[in-house]
Design a protein. Structure first.
Length: 133
């Protein structure tokens, strides 16, 4: 099975780039499972890029289907398929479609020492980053 995936590497990568599902590609090659393709090509940088481009292609396809929906049933179906495509894109390619989080921490520690060496008071001061609020 793995030899077949390598033999058809370019074809597989092109179909993945076009947004075809890996299971459908495997069936087209006569394989019963897409696992062989994933296993063989998972480390291939061209395959990884093709997967990302394929995810974008699927998102665009689902958006087109949503816009073309004519009745409530096809609208609901298209909305759900787009939601699933977004979910997969966020999980599989978080660097591109994942939620971006930025955390900023500002902290000032003031230490006060009094005449007795063992007495130290520590107080944390967290200045309000937006004083206009």
């Amino acid at each position: 099975m793995t030899a077949l995936a390598l033999l058809h590497r370019e074809e597989v990568i092109e179909q993945v780039r076009a947004g075809k599902r890996l299971i459908d590609i495997a069936k087209g090659l006569g394989l019963t499972s897409h696992a062989a393709i994933s296993l063989v090509l998972s480390k291939d940088p061209e395959y990884q890029l093709a997967r990302e481009i394929g995810a974008e292609s699927r998102l665009e396809q689902r958006e087109t289907e949503l816009e073309a929906s004519q009745d409530p049933l096809t609208l609901a179906r298209a909305r759900e398929l787009l939601s699933h495509a977004r979910w997969r894109a966020e999980r599989e390619f978080p660097h591109r479609w994942g939620q971006k989080q930025e955390v900023t921490v500002k902290e000032t520690i003031v230490k006060l020492s009094f005449g007795v060496p063992s007495t130290t008071i520590e107080h944390e001061i967290n200045p309000d980053p937006d004083p206009d609020k």
